[in-house]
Design a protein around this ligand. Structure first.
Ligand code: C5P
Length: 303
């Protein structure tokens, strides 16, 4: 059995998300702050014969493993890029909520690009990986680096920013999957409000601080109205006294930021409701960057 590789990719939340206009390609122009959090999907990969792509997913059925899966699409994008079809056997352990606005599919796509680049000894340039990532989805380029990033355009142009202090984050994941396309299609088509730079003031001058009172998510109202369980979860988080709270991306996950992981954990004590609860910490770039490592056989057996 040849050596396999592993990559672990953390989820993101959006600490701020402004929709600043509609583009001629149908997408929306965004300004957003992506932040990695310590909740990860894990992808294993082993070489296989040419033209072969097998993908196993755990828990089984949590996402489809067919040609729509972003890992499969990432592998095929690499095939097109290099004009060859090296094979791979892949296994994904899914922990990031599906349809949860935490970039789960995008994280997997970025992980697949990085892992397969190594497995197949492609040595693609970072700029080529970034271009392929942007073609796979608006959020995918952010996951190549992680940490705190300022996203513009569709969200695919990312400026890495200095790390924030390790705030704690309480995540509530209601039992619904929200379609990003559906949320954007329900947005009022303007007039778009004037851009407000207060939220960025503390980070663009080099100081890692966010003006929380100026942060918001322009998708919050549409998601909470269209998916009432999301609105309920957000009301619940707000009552716990976080520094800041909103919906992540286009939902369904809602989050509260607390000064520390301990404070987030304390706030979660006794919390009841029909949602999955996670307490995580924000990750700096070093902890968030997806690193490919050799498979440890004792841990993973012959998987
Ligand atoms: O890029 P991605 O495939 O993740 O986007 C999913 C859908 O969300 C798009 O098809 C589009 O309808 C919508 N979207 C948008 N503007 C963005 C990002 C996504 O309208 N900036």
């Amino acid at each position: 059995m040849p050596d396999g590789l592993i990559v672990r990719v953390p989820a993101k939340i959006n600490l701020h998300l402004e929709v600043v206009g509609r583009r001629s390609d149908g997408y929306h122009e965004l300004r957003t702050l992506f932040q990695s959090v310590d909740l990860r999907d894990t992808l294993w990969g082993w070489p296989a014969e040419e033209g072969r792509l097998d993908l196993e997913i755990e828990p089984e059925g949590s996402v489809g493993s067919g040609s729509d899966n972003l890992i499969v699409r990432a592998a095929r994008a690499l095939w097109r890029e290099i004009g060859r079809r090296p094979g791979a056997r892949l296994k994904l352990e899914k922990r990031i909520p599906v349809g949860g606005g935490m970039g789960g599919g995008s994280a997997d796509a970025a992980g697949a690009l990085i892992l397969l680049d190594r497995l197949w000894s492609l040595d693609l340039l970072p700029s080529d990986l970034c271009r392929l990532a942007a073609e796979l989805g608006s959020d995918v380029p952010f996951f190549l680096h992680g940490g705190l990033g300022f996203g513009v355009g569709r969200g695919e142009e990312v400026l890495p920013l200095d790390d924030l202090p390790p705030f704690g984050v309480l995540l509530l994941v209601p039992p619904v999957e929200v379609s990003t396309a559906e949320v954007f299609s329900r947005l009022q088509p303007g007039p778009w409000k004037r851009q407000d730079d207060r939220v960025y003031a503390g980070i663009t001058d080099g100081t890692p601080a966010i003006e929380w009172s100026a942060a918001f998510n322009d998708l919050e109202r549409v998601v909470c109205e269209g998916w009432p369980l999301v609105g309920e979860a957000l009301e619940c988080v707000k009552r716990l006294g976080p520094v800041f709270s909103t919906v992540s991306g286009s939902g369904a996950t809602v989050f509260g930021v607390f000064d520390s992981v301990d404070m987030a954990a304390q706030a979660a004590v006794g919390l009841e409701g029909q949602w999955r609860i996670e307490v995580v910490r924000m990750l700096g770039r070093t902890g968030a960057r997806p690193e490919v490592v050799l498979e440890n056989r004792r841990e993973c057996g012959n998987n």
